[in-house]
Design a protein around this ligand. Structure first.
Ligand SMILES: *[C@@H]1O[C@H](CO)[C@@H](O)[C@H](O)[C@H]1NC(C)=O
Length: 224
């Protein structure tokens, strides 16, 4: 709803934002089957977006029906792109990592593929051990791809569901969900976020994200 004002406000306020390492930020977005007709060429050429995270899988059985089409179109439009998996605590983390990697979530060192992202927003209950679950998923993903996955969550989800764990700070990039003009304080003692999902809207569909650095640094993240 407020995608354009937010993005321009962000550009204007980047210098003052406390957690931006670099003044330059690269804009991107994230999408799923809820956005069946994304115009990637326009998003790149008119919107200036440079990266996209695309949903591939959820649990151990669900494959996003738009994944292949999104991925092919994003690639031909010139995007640096990554793929994400929606986590459910009620089935094995290693099985979900395997399913993700087998269905689009792998990584290749081709300079345009970002490490896979783990989407952490499912409701948590007392009996869940999310910290252990994430560790199992992350280690399995690393074994299969030689990269640690980006961890996506809001600060409030992370605090509630992992007890504000700092276990992943040295290994996993953070994608902080914080729909606000100003960046939140990163959760879990991460000293900075790598990505910030700053709005749940985007002119080209899905949600808006910024990368905490310039395009050269984004390309470095792609090659690990
Ligand atoms: C990817 O390739 C680049 C250039 O060949 C290399 O420097 C980098 O270490 C590779 N990344 C990984 C994670 O193997």
């Amino acid at each position: 709803m407020f995608a354009l004002p937010l993005l321009s406000a962000l550009a204007a306020s980047s210098l003052a934002a406390p957690h931006l390492k670099k003044r330059d930020s690269v804009s991107g977005f994230d999408i799923s089957h809820y956005q069946p007709s994304v115009d990637f060429e326009a998003a790149y050429n008119d919107g200036g977006l440079r990266f996209v995270y695309i949903k591939a899988t959820e649990g151990t059985t669900y494959e996003d029906p738009m994944f292949s089409s999104h991925y092919a179109k994003a690639t031909s439009a010139g995007f640096i792109r990554g793929v994400y998996h929606f986590a459910h605590a009620d089935s094995s983390a290693t099985a979900q990592a395997d399913f993700f990697v087998a269905n689009g979530g792998g990584w290749s060192n081709d300079s345009v593929t970002l490490p896979g992202m783990l989407d952490l927003e499912a409701p948590c209950s007392e009996s869940d051990d999310w910290e252990g679950w994430i560790k199992d998923f992350s280690d399995r993903y690393f074994d299969k791809t030689s990269r640690y996955p980006v961890l996506y969550s809001s600060p409030s989800w992370w605090e509630e569901c992992t007890g504000d764990s700092s276990a992943f700070v040295d290994t996993n990039p953070l994608d902080m969900a914080c729909w606000n003009n100003e960046a939140c304080d990163p959760q879990g003692s991460w000293p900075f976020y790598t990505f910030w999902q700053n709005a749940d809207t985007n002119d080209y569909g899905g949600d808006s994200d910024v990368f905490n650095g310039d395009l050269t640094q984004l390309k470095k993240l792609a090659i690990g």
